[in-house]
Design a protein around this ligand. Structure first.
Ligand code: NAD
Ligand code: UDX
Length: 467
């Protein structure tokens, strides 16, 4: 079966970039990305590609090439479903905030709504692809909905699992050159035919040996497992960072030493103020919930520890600022460099900066933030979402600056929360001259030049480095 029309429901951080790359690499396939959020679709259609709703290096060029040729963004979900032979579901699956599994399980209401809409609209057979990250065995629920809520006219649905492994900030490079593409499907001949149809799409640019096919459950569970392993590495190195600080070891040297062991490998060993992003915490919580559902308490506890460690890392960073500043930050200006959860993205979901700011605001600090890509409304929305204080109090306590030097002017301390490259090239002498003395820097990403800063006169604290 040759695919000529693809529909993707969900024009977010995954749906947008993923479909843009498919469209660019497959000019013979029409790709329509739909969303109920009209503002988001309008931004995807903005003639000025610098205004796309997702910031990713290289995305603007891909969209500029394919948009209007075979890549379309629309709010007409029904029409796109109707016209497509293959439908990707790339909607959000956040942690549940209510009811059973609150704070742990994935909220599948958006996925279910998609499935119901597909069932209602479809007039011919469809391949439905799970692109969202989903709990293992969700495909059976989706199949049930598709088969039983439609108009009952014998339409056949095949469900595939095709989890996305892109990381934000490098999404385009990851999509163009993935380590692997994973496709899970039914073992029946129809299932295998559906798998082959999706393999054929990716084979336009991904070498076939990197396209892995499995059964549906393995594919669904592999996604949660991959994120759990990656997050576990970050929590493991962050746990060592605290021990390094106490013992005089340097976590970067430790990371290098262990990373040269080919069994361990060098990646994902960067100590930090704690991992953020929309995926790690959500997916581990979901894994913990699934394990508990099956009565596997030890398995659940094991993975939960990754989150506990991460929360501790964020909190101890804020605590260290307070204790170093003579046990009070009340009325003191603390400048934040960075608010995004990592560099090269405007995404702030679960960013460590939000939690560190919240702790410091509780201590009555005045926080001033500069981030090259995150807008002020986003930062205030992040804080408001925590419900720790009123919206007015958040706006009073947190100032958002368009200029980094202005954010640091008059500050008692600077905290580096995101590893944006530009922070390394600042005129640190100029910043020092405009700060309160002693001038403190808390480098939560370990990116600044310690010797240079100390020579200027800063009191410099680097995550994971003991005296
Ligand atoms: P997102 O919130 O950026 O985008 C989801 C979009 O889906 C939103 O724009 C929303 O309006 C839209 N939507 C929700 N319900 C809809 C409906 N019924 N009809 C039409 N549109 C609807 O989310 P995201 O970051 O793109 O993540 C999507 C999925 O991909 C999640 O399951 C996530 O776990 C997974 N994932 C994310 C990443 C990442 O780096 N962000 C990486 C891999 C996998
Ligand atoms: C992650 C997975 O990497 C990706 O495969 C999956 O599809 C989605 O979730 P993402 O969250 O976008 O991607 O970014 P990632 O690079 O994994 O970073 C996550 C967080 O961990 C960031 O806050 C980052 O700063 C932090 N991190 C990462 C560290 O603190 N140290 C590291 O060594 C690596």
């Amino acid at each position: 079966m040759k695919i000529k029309n693809i529909c993707c429901i969900g024009a977010g951080y995954v749906g947008g970039p993923t479909m843009a790359v498919i469209a660019q690499k497959c000019p013979h396939i029409n790709v329509t990305v739909v969303d109920i959020n009209a503002d988001r679709i309008a931004a995807w259609n903005d003639e000025d590609v610098s205004k796309l709703p997702v910031y990713e290096p290289g995305l603007d060029a891909v969209v500029a090439e394919a948009r209007g040729r075979n890549l379309f963004f629309s709010t007409d979900v029904d029409k796109a479903i109707d016209e497509a032979e293959m439908i990707f579901m790339s909607v959000n699956t956040p942690t549940k905030t209510y009811g059973k599994g609150k704070g742990m399980a994935a909220d599948l209401k958006y996925i279910e709504l998609c499935a119901r809409q597909i069932a209602r609209v479809a007039k011919d057979d469809k391949i439905v692809v799970e692109k969202s990250t989903l709990p293992v065995r969700t495909a059976s629920a989706i199949k049930n909905i598709l088969d039983n809520t439609g108009n009952g006219n014998g339409i056949k649905f095949q469900i595939l699992s095709n989890p996305e492994f892109l990381a934000e900030g490098t999404a385009i490079a990851d999509l163009m050159n993935p380590d692997r593409v994973l496709i899970g499907g039914d073992t029946t001949p129809e299932g295998q035919e559906a798998i082959q149809a999706l393999v054929d799409v990716y084979a336009n640019w991904v070498p076939e040996e990197q396209i892995l096919t499995t059964n549906v459950w393995s594919s669904e569970l592999s996604k949660l497992t991959a994120n759990a392993f990656l997050a576990q590495r970050v929590s493991s190195i962050n746990a060592m960072s605290e021990l390094c600080e106490k013992t005089g070891a340097d976590v970067n040297e430790v990371a290098k030493a262990i990373g040269m062991d080919s069994r361990i490998g060098p990646k994902f060993l960067k100590a930090s103020v704690g991992f953020g992003g929309s995926c790690f915490q959500k997916d581990i919580l979901n894994l913990v919930y699934i394990a508990k559902t099956y009565g596997l308490d030890e398995v659940a506890d094991y993975w939960e520890q990754v989150i506990i460690m991460n929360d501790h890392q964020k909190r101890r960073f804020a605590d260290n600022i307070v204790s170093t500043l003579y046990n009070t930050v009340s009325g003191k200006k603390i400048a934040f460099l960075g608010w995004a959860f990592k560099k090269d993205t405007n995404d702030t979901r679960e960013s460590a900066a939000i939690y560190v700011a919240d702790d410091l605001l509780n201590e009555q600090a005045k926080v001033s933030v500069y981030d090259p890509k995150v807008v002020a409304e986003r930062m205030y929305a992040d804080l408001d979402y925590l419900n720790t204080r009123t919206a007015e109090e958040n706006r009073e306590g947190l100032e958002v600056c368009k200029d980094s030097y202005q954010a640091c002017e008059g500050a008692h301390a600077i905290a580096v929360l995101t590893e944006w490259d530009e922070f390394k090239t600042y005129d640190w002498k100029k910043i020092y001259d405009q700060m309160q003395k002693p001038a403190f820097v808390f480098d939560g990403r370990g990116i600044l030049d310690k010797e240079q800063l100390k020579e200027i006169g800063f009191v410099y604290y680097k995550i994971g480095e003991g005296e």
